[in-house]
Design a protein around this ligand. Structure first.
Ligand code: ADP
Ligand code: MG
Length: 224
Protein backbone atom coordinates (compact mmCIF):
# COMPACT_ATOMS: atom_id res chain seq x y z
CA UNK A 1 0.00 0.00 0.00
CA UNK A 2 1.53 3.29 -1.12
CA UNK A 3 0.22 6.26 0.84
CA UNK A 4 0.55 9.85 -0.23
CA UNK A 5 -0.47 12.88 1.83
CA UNK A 6 -0.60 16.19 -0.02
CA UNK A 7 -0.60 19.52 1.79
CA UNK A 8 -2.44 18.16 4.81
CA UNK A 9 -3.44 21.00 7.09
CA UNK A 10 -5.63 21.16 10.15
CA UNK A 11 -7.03 24.21 11.90
CA UNK A 12 -9.11 23.89 15.04
CA UNK A 13 -11.58 26.57 16.13
CA UNK A 14 -11.86 30.06 14.72
CA UNK A 15 -11.23 33.69 15.64
CA UNK A 16 -9.34 34.09 18.89
CA UNK A 17 -9.50 30.34 19.54
CA UNK A 18 -7.97 29.39 16.22
CA UNK A 19 -5.19 26.81 16.48
CA UNK A 20 -3.17 25.79 13.44
CA UNK A 21 -2.39 22.23 14.49
CA UNK A 22 -0.82 21.09 11.23
CA UNK A 23 0.91 23.02 8.43
CA UNK A 24 0.61 21.56 4.93
CA UNK A 25 2.26 18.23 5.49
CA UNK A 26 3.55 16.34 2.46
CA UNK A 27 4.45 12.74 3.09
CA UNK A 28 4.89 9.53 1.13
CA UNK A 29 4.75 6.22 2.97
CA UNK A 30 6.05 3.18 1.12
CA UNK A 31 5.03 -0.41 1.67
CA UNK A 32 6.96 -1.93 4.59
CA UNK A 33 8.22 1.42 5.92
CA UNK A 34 8.88 1.70 9.65
CA UNK A 35 8.44 5.36 10.54
CA UNK A 36 8.76 7.17 13.86
CA UNK A 37 7.50 10.65 14.63
CA UNK A 38 8.81 12.58 17.64
CA UNK A 39 7.73 15.94 18.90
CA UNK A 40 6.80 17.84 22.05
CA UNK A 41 3.34 17.73 23.55
CA UNK A 42 0.87 19.77 21.49
CA UNK A 43 3.04 19.73 18.35
CA UNK A 44 0.37 18.02 16.21
CA UNK A 45 1.41 14.37 16.39
CA UNK A 46 -2.02 12.93 17.17
CA UNK A 47 -3.67 15.28 14.70
CA UNK A 48 -1.32 14.03 11.98
CA UNK A 49 -1.92 10.33 12.52
CA UNK A 50 -5.66 10.81 12.93
CA UNK A 51 -5.61 12.43 9.49
CA UNK A 52 -3.31 9.82 7.94
CA UNK A 53 -5.52 7.00 9.20
CA UNK A 54 -8.81 8.58 8.18
CA UNK A 55 -9.99 8.94 11.80
CA UNK A 56 -10.40 12.66 11.20
CA UNK A 57 -10.58 15.04 8.24
CA UNK A 58 -8.20 17.89 7.41
CA UNK A 59 -9.15 21.50 6.74
CA UNK A 60 -7.04 21.29 3.59
CA UNK A 61 -5.17 18.70 1.58
CA UNK A 62 -5.64 15.20 0.25
CA UNK A 63 -4.78 11.65 1.17
CA UNK A 64 -4.39 8.75 -1.25
CA UNK A 65 -4.01 5.04 -0.55
CA UNK A 66 -2.82 3.40 -3.78
CA UNK A 67 -4.20 6.40 -5.62
CA UNK A 68 -7.60 6.18 -3.95
CA UNK A 69 -8.85 9.47 -2.50
CA UNK A 70 -9.64 8.50 1.09
CA UNK A 71 -11.45 11.66 2.21
CA UNK A 72 -13.77 11.31 -0.80
CA UNK A 73 -15.21 8.03 0.51
CA UNK A 74 -18.62 7.90 2.17
CA UNK A 75 -18.59 7.34 5.96
CA UNK A 76 -19.60 3.75 5.49
CA UNK A 77 -16.96 3.01 2.86
CA UNK A 78 -14.29 4.80 4.91
CA UNK A 79 -15.10 2.72 8.02
CA UNK A 80 -14.93 -0.47 5.99
CA UNK A 81 -11.66 0.65 4.39
CA UNK A 82 -10.18 1.38 7.80
CA UNK A 83 -11.27 -1.99 9.22
CA UNK A 84 -9.69 -3.86 6.31
CA UNK A 85 -6.48 -1.94 5.76
CA UNK A 86 -5.57 0.04 8.87
CA UNK A 87 -4.73 -0.97 12.44
CA UNK A 88 -4.65 1.67 15.16
CA UNK A 89 -3.00 1.43 18.58
CA UNK A 90 -3.93 4.09 21.14
CA UNK A 91 -2.04 5.31 24.17
CA UNK A 92 -5.10 4.51 26.35
CA UNK A 93 -5.50 0.95 24.97
CA UNK A 94 -9.26 1.58 24.33
CA UNK A 95 -10.35 -1.99 25.06
CA UNK A 96 -14.04 -2.67 25.62
CA UNK A 97 -14.28 -3.33 29.38
CA UNK A 98 -17.14 -5.87 29.24
CA UNK A 99 -15.47 -8.08 26.65
CA UNK A 100 -12.76 -10.66 27.34
CA UNK A 101 -9.30 -10.24 25.84
CA UNK A 102 -10.19 -12.80 23.16
CA UNK A 103 -13.41 -10.99 22.25
CA UNK A 104 -11.59 -7.65 22.11
CA UNK A 105 -9.00 -9.08 19.73
CA UNK A 106 -11.66 -10.57 17.45
CA UNK A 107 -13.91 -7.48 17.42
CA UNK A 108 -12.67 -6.06 14.06
CA UNK A 109 -13.46 -9.38 12.33
CA UNK A 110 -16.91 -9.49 13.90
CA UNK A 111 -17.66 -5.98 12.65
CA UNK A 112 -16.58 -7.02 9.17
CA UNK A 113 -18.33 -10.44 9.34
CA UNK A 114 -15.01 -12.05 8.54
CA UNK A 115 -13.95 -15.56 9.47
CA UNK A 116 -11.30 -15.95 12.12
CA UNK A 117 -7.99 -17.41 10.93
CA UNK A 118 -7.39 -19.65 13.94
CA UNK A 119 -3.73 -20.34 13.17
CA UNK A 120 -2.98 -16.62 12.75
CA UNK A 121 -4.90 -15.78 15.94
CA UNK A 122 -2.85 -18.34 17.87
CA UNK A 123 0.44 -17.18 16.38
CA UNK A 124 -0.31 -13.51 17.06
CA UNK A 125 -1.45 -13.97 20.65
CA UNK A 126 1.50 -16.32 21.21
CA UNK A 127 4.01 -13.75 19.91
CA UNK A 128 2.41 -11.16 22.19
CA UNK A 129 2.55 -13.48 25.20
CA UNK A 130 -1.17 -13.29 25.97
CA UNK A 131 -2.27 -16.85 25.10
CA UNK A 132 -3.01 -17.62 28.75
CA UNK A 133 -4.88 -14.36 29.36
CA UNK A 134 -7.54 -14.57 26.66
CA UNK A 135 -10.49 -15.31 28.96
CA UNK A 136 -9.68 -12.34 31.22
CA UNK A 137 -11.45 -9.00 31.22
CA UNK A 138 -9.28 -5.91 30.60
CA UNK A 139 -9.38 -4.80 34.26
CA UNK A 140 -7.87 -8.16 35.22
CA UNK A 141 -4.80 -7.43 33.10
CA UNK A 142 -1.73 -5.26 33.66
CA UNK A 143 -1.22 -2.17 31.49
CA UNK A 144 1.39 -3.96 29.39
CA UNK A 145 -0.94 -6.94 28.89
CA UNK A 146 -3.83 -4.65 27.94
CA UNK A 147 -1.68 -2.94 25.33
CA UNK A 148 -0.59 -6.32 23.95
CA UNK A 149 -4.28 -7.28 23.59
CA UNK A 150 -4.83 -3.96 21.80
CA UNK A 151 -1.92 -4.73 19.47
CA UNK A 152 -3.43 -8.14 18.64
CA UNK A 153 -6.75 -6.39 17.93
CA UNK A 154 -4.99 -3.89 15.63
CA UNK A 155 -3.37 -6.76 13.72
CA UNK A 156 -6.12 -9.38 13.59
CA UNK A 157 -7.54 -8.25 10.24
CA UNK A 158 -4.01 -8.31 8.72
CA UNK A 159 -3.86 -4.56 8.04
CA UNK A 160 -1.46 -3.11 5.50
CA UNK A 161 -0.49 -0.34 7.87
CA UNK A 162 -0.44 0.12 11.63
CA UNK A 163 -0.56 3.53 13.31
CA UNK A 164 0.48 3.70 16.96
CA UNK A 165 -0.05 6.92 18.95
CA UNK A 166 2.40 6.83 21.87
CA UNK A 167 1.76 3.12 22.46
CA UNK A 168 4.08 3.05 25.47
CA UNK A 169 2.94 6.39 26.91
CA UNK A 170 0.86 4.80 29.68
CA UNK A 171 3.36 2.10 30.59
CA UNK A 172 6.41 2.04 32.83
CA UNK A 173 9.66 2.00 30.90
CA UNK A 174 10.24 -1.74 31.26
CA UNK A 175 6.84 -2.93 30.02
CA UNK A 176 6.87 -0.15 27.43
CA UNK A 177 10.10 -1.45 25.99
CA UNK A 178 8.79 -5.01 26.04
CA UNK A 179 5.61 -4.00 24.21
CA UNK A 180 7.58 -2.02 21.64
CA UNK A 181 9.99 -4.91 20.98
CA UNK A 182 7.04 -7.22 20.35
CA UNK A 183 5.45 -4.72 17.97
CA UNK A 184 8.70 -4.34 16.02
CA UNK A 185 9.16 -8.10 15.91
CA UNK A 186 5.61 -8.69 14.63
CA UNK A 187 5.96 -6.02 11.99
CA UNK A 188 9.15 -7.66 10.77
CA UNK A 189 7.49 -11.07 10.67
CA UNK A 190 4.31 -10.06 8.84
CA UNK A 191 5.71 -7.15 6.82
CA UNK A 192 3.18 -4.49 7.84
CA UNK A 193 3.98 -0.82 7.44
CA UNK A 194 4.33 0.82 10.86
CA UNK A 195 4.05 4.47 11.93
CA UNK A 196 4.82 5.10 15.60
CA UNK A 197 4.53 8.31 17.54
CA UNK A 198 6.76 8.42 20.57
CA UNK A 199 8.42 10.65 23.12
CA UNK A 200 11.13 8.09 23.61
CA UNK A 201 14.25 8.59 21.52
CA UNK A 202 15.29 4.95 21.93
CA UNK A 203 12.02 3.85 20.37
CA UNK A 204 12.26 6.47 17.63
CA UNK A 205 15.69 5.15 16.74
CA UNK A 206 14.35 1.65 16.07
CA UNK A 207 12.63 3.09 12.97
CA UNK A 208 14.12 3.28 9.48
CA UNK A 209 12.64 6.68 8.74
CA UNK A 210 12.50 9.27 11.52
CA UNK A 211 10.47 12.43 11.55
CA UNK A 212 10.29 15.35 13.93
CA UNK A 213 7.27 17.59 14.27
CA UNK A 214 7.37 21.02 15.87
CA UNK A 215 4.43 23.45 15.89
CA UNK A 216 2.66 21.41 13.23
CA UNK A 217 5.62 21.35 10.84
CA UNK A 218 6.88 17.90 9.92
CA UNK A 219 10.48 17.23 8.92
CA UNK A 220 12.31 14.04 8.11
CA UNK A 221 15.64 13.54 9.86
CA UNK A 222 18.60 12.49 7.82
CA UNK A 223 20.02 9.22 8.98
CA UNK A 224 23.76 9.04 8.60
P1 ADP B 1 0.20 16.10 20.23
O1 ADP B 1 -0.44 14.79 19.91
O2 ADP B 1 1.52 16.31 19.55
O3 ADP B 1 0.32 16.33 21.71
P2 ADP B 1 -2.23 17.27 19.12
O4 ADP B 1 -2.23 16.85 17.70
O5 ADP B 1 -3.11 16.52 20.04
O6 ADP B 1 -0.72 17.28 19.67
O7 ADP B 1 -2.62 18.81 19.21
C1 ADP B 1 -2.02 19.81 18.39
C2 ADP B 1 -2.62 21.18 18.74
O8 ADP B 1 -3.99 21.20 18.39
C3 ADP B 1 -2.55 21.52 20.22
O9 ADP B 1 -2.33 22.91 20.33
C4 ADP B 1 -3.93 21.15 20.72
O10 ADP B 1 -4.27 21.92 21.85
C5 ADP B 1 -4.80 21.46 19.53
N1 ADP B 1 -5.99 20.59 19.46
C6 ADP B 1 -5.99 19.24 19.33
N2 ADP B 1 -7.25 18.76 19.27
C7 ADP B 1 -8.07 19.84 19.34
C8 ADP B 1 -9.49 20.02 19.30
N3 ADP B 1 -10.31 18.98 19.16
N4 ADP B 1 -9.96 21.29 19.42
C9 ADP B 1 -9.14 22.34 19.52
N5 ADP B 1 -7.79 22.24 19.55
C10 ADP B 1 -7.26 21.02 19.46
MG1 MG C 1 -1.02 13.22 21.12
Amino acid sequence: MFIKAENLGKVYGSGENKVIALHRVNLEIFEGDFISIMGPSGSGKSTLIHLLSGLDFPTEGNLFYEGQDIYGLSDKKLSAFRRRHIGFIFQQFNLLPVLTARENVLMPLLLDRKQEDEAYFNELTGLLGISDRLTHLPHELSGGQQQRVAIARALIAKPDIIFADEPTGNLDSRSGEEVMKMLVNIRQKFGNTLVVITHDRRIAQMAQRRFVIVDGILQEEEIS
